[in-house]
Design a protein around this ligand. Structure first.
Ligand code: PXG
Length: 286
């Protein structure tokens, strides 16, 4: 049973509860992070916490804990659960309030931290490569609820996932309302054509992924030119390779989109090379 930290105390997994009056539950009013540790070391904790505090700032939520204390908390949760390879879910909500959405009723944010394991796609699915379907549901408008905020509002992404599953695909491709390519439901997307790696820019309608940024850094060492530019479905249909990146998914190939085979229909060489370089980075980086 994992030990879960809530507002200063550890609880057994089955006793780890928050109130039904918590505005995270009532309104999805909160932010979170998904973080991984490899061999007991957290990968890019500062980037994750920078994003958490930026997400909180964007929704006018003051986290009553310093970033250093939050970093200590993440490490403590991994340690107390005797984990080496871990997945950490850190959540900050507006807190306990009443049945109105006025956030002034919430006197203090709720903070909780779960350290456990995650397996997003079964190993055999990752090995053969994912099939994707473009979801009819677009990501939130970039000037509305910004997709850069990692908020507790994942409904658009969950609907896209349901749409893909019901169509028999492993994963959904989400577009912006303009029709440009945005991301997967919990991953960023890349395509490779003629040794050029392309991914939508951070200011577009995407969550700026920590894994995405790491793969962009790895590109040149893998002999790739890297371009952050707007993509459409045509770019993906005609690419040599397509892959997704995310903390949970890591680097995973895509072999089919909307019934069209991508490249040769199996996980490409560049994807495999970047996945290996990423694995090396997460175990090497201090
Ligand atoms: N886009 C979205 C919408 C995400 O939620 C990413 C991109 C990739 O970002 P990182 O920083 O992780 O490279 C995410 C992250 C899950 C799950 O359970 C999803 C994410 C993280 C952890 C777990 O599906 N999404």
């Amino acid at each position: 049973m994992p030990q879960i930290w809530i507002d200063g105390k550890f609880y057994d997994g089955d006793q780890a509860k928050i109130s039904v009056f918590d505005h995270g539950v009532l309104y999805g009013d909160g932010v979170f992070e998904g973080i991984r540790a490899y061999g007991g070391r957290v990968f890019r904790l500062k980037q994750h916490l920078d994003r958490l505090y930026a997400s909180a700032k964007a929704i006018w939520l003051d986290i009553p804990m310093t970033q250093d204390a939050m970093a200590d908390l993440v490490n403590e949760c991994i340690k107390i659960n005797s984990l080496s390879d871990a997945y950490v879910r850190l959540v900050v909500t507006r807190g306990f309030g009443d049945l109105g959405l006025d956030p002034r009723k919430c006197k203090k944010p709720t903070i909780f931290c779960i350290a456990d394991k995650i397996a997003l796609f079964p190993a055999e699915v990752a090995k053969r490569g994912l099939t994707m379907m473009t979801a009819p549901t677009p990501v939130n408008h970039r000037e509305g609820l910004s997709p850069r905020i990692k908020s507790l509002n994942y409904l658009a992404h969950i609907l896209a996932k349901i749409e893909a599953i019901n169509a028999g695909a492993d994963e959904a491709l989400m577009l912006e309302s303009t029709g440009e390519v945005a991301e997967g439901v919990g991953e960023n997307i890349f395509c490779v054509t003629n040794h050029t790696l392309r991914t939508p820019p951070a200011y577009s309608g995407i969550l700026r992924g920590v894994t995405r940024d790491a793969v962009i850094e790895l590109g040149p060492s893998a002999g790739l030119e890297v371009r952050e530019e707007s993509l459409n479905r045509y770019d993906l249909f005609t690419a040599d390779e397509v892959f997704l990146t995310g903390t949970a998914a890591e680097v995973v190939g895509v072999v089919k989109l909307d019934g069209r085979k991508i490249g040769c229909g199996s996980v490409g060489k560049v994807t495999q090379d970047l996945a290996a370089r990423f694995r090396d980075l997460v175990t090497r980086e201090r």
